[in-house]
Design a binder for this molecule. Structure first.
Ligand code: ZN
Length: 308
């Protein structure tokens, strides 16, 4: 069993409008945009990152907005709910806030004894705000007060047909079974970062998901540095997973592999971080391009939708 993985690093999803996406995550959820760059593999598309003050691993929600993309179809073989951590006793205030912004499909429930507020993002993606004890500092620069601000991710909920193989993979990655409720089995990394929960939701008779706007593209798990990442890569290869070479994403190093249930997993390093090329005070303001795409800057600045 691996010990290098600490929990989530980031979650990356697809959107249909950069400006709507930006407005939702900053103005409604109160996160900070910590990086405005492009999809390194398709530089005419933004890659937008939202998180806490510095984009601490475990807090970073990221998007590829493809203008006017059709909505994906929810199903099995994908992450169905991305969960953020909020302070105890703040669910009611979030219900009010989300209603004020006319957010779709707001509901409440309790899972494993924790109060949750569930709602749809702008492309129908499902989120939960979960009341947990969490001492991570929230970003308060967008008008959401510290007593309700999002602390980062709690975790993610994978929708699968049969949890056997995925559960084995999670255990291999360092997760331990925490408990079960209805058709959901919870796994956590003891001594992980605070974004250390994965729920496996087993469904039958549900079609496979179709990936497009509102779909989670991949979830990334955090390791401290490149040495730990190489250890994880070796171990996954030894177990028979097809793993990509290490790819430099400027703000972290990434490797990718697909799970038995069809979900794309990434292992990302905590180094070097989102402040490597911008002052903390101005994170996310300027369009940052990787060196291989810097020659496209004039064209991209004309083509990409302006964001406030
Ligand atoms: Zn990623």
């Amino acid at each position: 069993m691996l010990k290098q993985i600490k929990g989530l690093h980031h979650v990356t999803s697809l959107a249909s409008s950069a400006s709507e996406n930006n407005a939702f995550f900053t103005n409604v959820l109160g996160l900070r945009r910590v990086k405005k760059t492009v999809n390194f593999d398709a530089p005419d598309v933004y890659h937008l990152y939202y998180g806490d003050e510095v984009g601490t691993p475990g807090s970073v929600m990221t998007y590829f907005p493809f203008a006017n993309a059709a909505r994906g179809k929810r199903g099995v073989g994908e992450v169905g709910v991305t969960s953020f951590s909020i302070p105890k006793e703040s669910a009611a205030a979030w219900m009010d806030r989300l209603a004020t912004f006319e957010v779709a499909k707001i509901t409440r429930d309790t899972r494993f004894g924790e109060a949750r507020v569930l709602f749809d993002g702008p492309d129908g993606e499902r989120f939960a705000l979960v009341e947990v004890d969490d001492n991570r500092a929230p970003w308060t620069g967008n008008g959401v007060s510290a007593d309700m601000g999002i602390r980062g991710f709690q975790g993610a909920d994978m929708r699968i047909v049969d949890d056997g193989a995925t559960a084995e993979l999670l255990k291999f990655m360092g997760y331990e079974k925490f408990g079960a409720q209805d058709n959901v089995t919870r796994f956590i990394i003891p001594d992980g970062n605070a974004a250390n929960v994965i729920d496996l939701e087993t469904l039958s008779g549900v079609p496979r998901a179709t990936s497009s706007a509102g779909s989670v593209h991949h979830i990334a798990f955090a390791v401290e540095n490149r040495a730990r990442q190489l250890e994880v890569r070796e171990a996954l290869l030894d177990t028979g997973y097809q793993v990509t070479p290490v790819i430099n994403r400027d703000y972290f190093y990434a490797i990718y592999f697909r799970t038995p249930a069809g979900v794309l997993f990434e292992i990302a390093t905590n180094e070097p971080g989102f402040d490597r090329d911008e002052d903390t005070a101005h994170l996310g303001e300027a369009l940052k391009l990787p060196s291989q795409h810097e020659h496209l800057r004039a064209q991209l600045e004309r083509h990409l939708e302006p964001l406030s």
